[in-house]
Design a protein around this ligand. Structure first.
Ligand code: GDP
Length: 443
């Protein structure tokens, strides 16, 4: 799966990797190619656009870490964005604590629903659960028999078939016998249709009302690409889905459905079907899938390590300075850069306790990305001496700094006030604990 996207992205990175330093034009050029690669992989247009915007922003604004090349750093940025696009953390099956848990599978005819029911049941049995399956498909001839046959292969019990029963009655019976016989999980395979229609939705709703499923999983065929995403959107508008299972990922070289599914439906992909056999199912791990697409796990972990090393390094240096009660404009600038990297005030709050007041001041002055950049520009317009000793900034110097950074003297005063408050907080920290306490706090 994802072969073609992986190849295309690999080509983009190869061209970047040769460079010592990346210009904004390099990054933008590369991102255009990434966008085309995504569209060729059949990713929904708005999802592709959003993805490229995010990585461009991250790549252009980011400082290059020591010991890695800018190209490597872009690989890491794309990797992280891919993980996010695929849903972030893996989503486990939620089967609760009071048995029997009910897992209901829904989807169109031919999506692989019945096979997937048996695959999942087998997986749960392997995990030591006592599982029963029941087919509620009374439309398709022999659908119930098909599940019974699969049950035998998967060594999972199936609810005995009673001719003429309707889906709601079958579900009720399944629940009852599961309770009586001490089953941990009941899997309900519902009827599929050729299209999403009202009768189907009403039937699913009625079953869900009496079965109160822990999971309602939509099974979709990844080979149908954007159609799969549209089907998922339709279903998720009408049924409280808890997740998606993509089948036929084994034949899907493009991966568009997998890549857009989360962004379009907001539902996690929980499993991927990767073949016809009953063991051909895998939990869907966004990190691993992103790794497989890029095939550059070594680069990603290299950049992660470099970032960790630098953070530890910076934190140590900072701790040493703070322990002496030092906090000049350079320190403030580093803090601001860190906040931008980490995405806001929250990150700083986590790093330096005891600065609540300064943070509150910043939060209330509505410090967003633009404000942070403006502060950075003001500090950039100061001379090295002024940065080390902000008290040098008299009225005349303030006017110069304001002009140099395209801000006002008022802005400069605000920045100085903020620095003052943070500096006072630092001195307080020094009194409280000295370097050991502080190092511990900085983690
Ligand atoms: P249903 O109508 O949704 O219940 O679909 P079925 O479970 O009967 O599956 C239809 C066909 O798709 C069967 O031949 C399955 O073997 C096949 N199938 C299901 N999942 C996968 C998968 O992940 N990969 C492949 N290659 N085939 C699958």
């Amino acid at each position: 799966m994802f072969e073609s996207l992986g190849d295309r992205l690999g080509g983009v990175f190869d061209r970047l990797r040769g460079r010592g330093a990346l210009t904004e034009a390099d990054v933008r050029g590369a991102m255009r190619e990434v966008r085309i690669a995504l569209l060729e992989a059949d990713v929904a247009l708005p999802v592709a656009r959003d993805f490229v915007d995010k990585i461009t922003e991250a790549a252009v604004g980011q400082q290059v870490l020591r010991s890695v090349t800018p190209g490597q750093q872009v690989v890491k940025i794309v990797n992280d964005a891919l993980v996010e696009m695929l849903g972030g953390d893996s989503a486990e099956l939620e089967i609760g604590v009071t048995p029997p848990a009910v897992v209901m599978l829904v989807g169109l005819q031919g999506s692989g629903k019945t096979t997937t029911t048996a695959k999942l049941a087998r997986l749960l049995r392997k995990q030591g659960k006592k599982v029963m399956m029941a087919s509620l498909d009374v439309n398709r001839p022999a659908a119930q028999e098909q599940l019974t046959v699969l049950g035998t292969q998967a060594e999972v019990a199936t609810l005995p078939i009673v001719e003429g029963q309707q889906p709601v009655e079958i579900a009720r019976r399944a629940l009852q016998s599961a309770k009586l016989q001490g089953y941990d999980v009941v899997m309900l395979d519902t009827a599929g249709r050729l299209h999403v229609d009202q009768a189907l939705m009403a039937e699913m709703q009625a079953v869900a009302d009496i079965a109160r499923p822990n999971e309602i999983l939509l099974v979709v065929d990844s080979l149908t690409g954007q159609d799969a995403v549209n089907v998922a959107r339709n279903f998720s508008d009408q049924v409280p889905l808890t997740g998606v299972i993509l089948t036929r990922m084994d034949g899907d070289a493009r991966g568009g459905a997998a890549l857009s599914m989360r962004a379009v439906t907001g539902k996690p992909i929980k499993f991927a079907g990767v073949g016809e056999k009953l063991d051909a199912i895998e939990p869907f791990h966004p990190k691993r899938v992103a790794g497989r697409i890029l095939g550059m796990g070594d680069v990603v972990s290299l950049v992660e390590k470099a970032a960790e090393a630098i953070q530890a390094d910076d934190a140590e240096k900072m701790a040493a300075r703070l322990a002496k009660g030092q906090f000049d404009m350079n320190d403030l600038r580093n803090q601001l850069a860190q906040m931008r990297r980490m995405g806001g005030i929250g990150a700083l709050a986590g790093m330096i306790p005891g600065m609540k007041k300064a943070q509150a001041a910043m939060a209330s002055s509505n410090v967003d990305e633009r404000v942070l950049l403006r502060m950075d520009a003001m500090i950039g317009s100061m001379t090295p001496k002024e940065r080390a000793k902000p008290e040098l900034l008299n009225a005349k110097r303030k006017i110069r700094v304001a002009k140099g950074s395209g801000t006002t003297v008022q802005d400069v005063n605000k920045l100085l006030k903020m620095h003052q408050e943070m500096s006072t907080a630092m001195k307080r920290i020094k009194k409280m604990g000295g370097i050991k306490g502080l190092a511990a706090m900085l983690g």
